[in-house]
Design a protein around this ligand. Structure first.
Ligand SMILES: Nc1nc2c(c(=O)[nH]1)N=C([C@H](O)[C@H](O)COP(=O)(O)OP(=O)(O)OP(=O)(O)O)CN2
Length: 326
């Protein structure tokens, strides 16, 4: 479907998933977060999500689900949300499970990190990334594997990257996010049934590799007013707009496209949104997340790598417009 919608809902709950393999898992609690996606035109899963999760809030999950591990919990939630397509569940800040669509298998994911220095040797003179600099890199590993297997695999890799000069590592001589995610894939593909690897250099930019295709994104925030009732009254949101691009890597630059160039290309259109009332933006016929996502995609129609635009009006609540599927 070209247009999807997304909603999120949290719940606080206790569970015990003690089993022979892991005796640490006695009764404990989590702040869970669940996100759902559904196709445009399907019944509103956002409202159904909070109704479905209400019985789990401040509850003992063992009363609802026999062995309430992340996978079984997601299955329970899916059973209560027949119109949801993608489902994502976070049980702790660094881990959770997801199902990309109703037809795809359940996967476990692990957020990890490392801190390192790098420079990009092939950028034009004066480019900020040609200078020696560094990042607290974020990594997400997503695989048909248990959390313990993901943790084990990452424990082996992290020392190779943490507090290192990435350019000195064989295979990372040009350490863009795209090159690092493909390098991680190669290091892990023999030991994990990987679905994808994500590398985030900054809070606004990331790169995902699934063994075949690179997808990168750049996020920008904007502040805008939008009408919310028939009397012409306005409300406002702090929006986040994420542009996704996919394609082959430029062999010299090692990237799909420079994150900075993505931002520059969108700048004239961004300036039409930031600190404006959305119903007065030229060409924006529907002043909601779906309307903005489709408007932004049309503005970047001359960017063949553009594959998706996500617009969120609050964390976890928004619309996703896929250009390829349109
Ligand atoms: N496709 C890629 N583009 C760029 C990469 C990359 O790995 N892949 N890397 C860089 C730089 O290393 C840079 O540190 C990060 O770029 P950018 O997102 O432009 O950084 P900013 O700090 O300017 O981000 P803002 O949040 O927009 O201020 C460059 N490009």
């Amino acid at each position: 479907m070209p247009l999807m919608h997304a909603a999120s809902c949290g719940f606080e709950a206790a569970r015990s998933v003690r089993n022979v393999a892991d005796l640490r898992r006695c009764l404990h609690g989590h702040s869970f977060l669940c996100s759902a996606r559904w196709a445009d035109g399907a019944p509103d899963v956002g409202a159904a999500l909070s109704t479905a999760l209400a019985p789990l809030d401040y509850a003992d999950l063992n009363q609802a689900v026999a062995v309430p591990d992340d996978a079984s919990l997601l299955g329970w939630i899916a059973g209560h949300l027949p119109h949801a397509d993608g489902l994502w569940l976070r049980s702790a800040p660094d881990r959770g499970v997801l199902r990309a669509s109703a037809q795809t298998p359940l996967l476990h994911w692990l957020h990890a990190d490392f801190e390192a220095a790098h420079q990009l040797p092939n950028v034009p003179p004066g480019h900020q990334c040609g200078r020696l600099h560094g990042h607290g890199f974020g990594v997400t590993l997503c695989a048909a594997a248990s959390h313990a297997e993901l943790e084990q695999a990452w424990a082996r890799l992290r020392p190779l990257l943490h507090q290192r000069m990435l350019n000195d590592i064989p295979g990372l001589e040009n350490p863009t996010s795209e090159v690092i995610s493909a390098w991680l894939w190669r290091q892990l593909a023999d030991v994990l049934a990987l679905d994808h690897v994500i590398v985030r250099e900054t809070a606004t930019a990331g790169s995902q590799f699934n063994g075949h295709t690179h997808r990168i994104w750049k996020t920008q925030r904007f502040e805008a007013a939008t009408p919310f009732d028939a009397h012409g009254r306005y409300t406002g949101h702090s929006y986040s707009l994420r542009l996704h691009l996919s394609g082959q890597l430029d062999e010299v630059m090692g990237w799909v496209q420079d994150f900075g160039d993505v931002k520059t290309r969108f700048k004239p259109f961004y300036q039409q949104l930031d600190h404006y009332p959305l119903d007065q933006v030229d060409g924006l016929s529907v002043a909601n997340c779906a309307g903005i996502a489709q408007w932004a995609a049309a503005k970047l129609a001359n960017t063949p790598e553009l594959c998706r635009v996500d617009v969120y009006q609050r964390p976890g609540e928004g619309s996703l417009f896929s250009v390829e599927a349109a």
